[in-house]
Write a protein that binds this ligand. Sequence first.
Ligand code: SF4
Length: 78
Amino acid sequence: MYQDPVQWRIEVDRLACSGTGLCLGTAHGRMRLEAGRARPVDELISPDDGVMDAAETCPMEAITVREATTGEVLAPLR
Ligand code: SF4
């Protein structure tokens, strides 16, 4: 049976984000700053280790990565 490829969803809590820009370097090409806060370039992505790292290292814990279909939190793992 055909199965869709796994996709992840990137969420940014714009109230928590302090606009450090750290994630732009960690998740290269996946994040951008808009009005001083981070936003995903695309909310739905193929699995990407850089995005996982960004969620784990964001100083404000503002980034959440979920498995798009189930909503399971993949990062950060607390
Ligand atoms: S690393 Fe975290 S606090 Fe810094 S810009 Fe990215 S989401 Fe915002």
